[in-house]
Design a protein around this ligand. Sequence first.
Ligand code: SAH
Length: 260
Amino acid sequence: MHEKIVGIMGAMPEEIIGVVKLLFNRQEVVIGRRTYFTGTINRIKTVVVFSRWGKVAAATTVSTLILTFNITQLIFTGVAGAINDALKIGDIVIAKRLVQHDMDARPLMAQFEIPLLGKIYVDCDEQAVNIAQQAVNDLLDNKQLHNIISSTELALFNITKPKFMMGDIASGDQFISNSNNKNAILKNLPAVLCVEMEGAAVAQVCFEYDIPFIIVRTISDAADEQSHINFPLFISTISSRYAIEIIKNIYGNAKFFLLF
Ligand code: SAH
């Protein structure tokens, strides 16, 4: 059987630092201005890398993971802006489908359709979504959450009982930080839960190469005029710690390694 090699990408360098520490027998390889950290986690070969920001950067990084490091499955974590009003800072979104909200080749094809693929949405593998759900559920289970983040730290961001939602994530080469842009996404793609800058590009590449993937995003902002406020503190205090726990939980689930 084909050897399992897991790729882990983080959309924030701070997330990567924590995950890299989980690697046993760690080595580094620099390719194209990215540092790929290789090693094992729970004896599974693993490659960890910072995606860099935006669709082109993230697509390039995941292509290298697939073609140079031969990964067989991918986990991608990061932060995102809430589009659905029910989502609060500190909540988590698990992607079921991804869409590029800035893809528009009209009148050649429908708005949002990916040229040549003939589809608007890239679907996540159902099994992979279930594994992500289990991992996030275990994290948000009060005991695990409070073990990694103190109540005082959670209170800094008014986080009391974070929840998760599963559904559509939209990606584009824009940091959404005003209500007009946010409402435009909501109007055209009403089912979208949150917005970020990489996920749909990574999903497209994984689809094309037949690599199962999990994409999990922590809500860092409401994609409005306050989006950038407290961003670095949120990453270091909340989302980077979520990412480590989610990855540990996924590695603890044997089903993840049966995906491919
Ligand atoms: N750390 C940088 C900001 C990076 S923001 C700084 O402090 O200047 C870019 C990252 O945040 C991307 O990974 C993107 O996917 C995500 N993101 C979070 N909120 C977003 C929003 N409202 N719109 C778009 N991307 C968002």
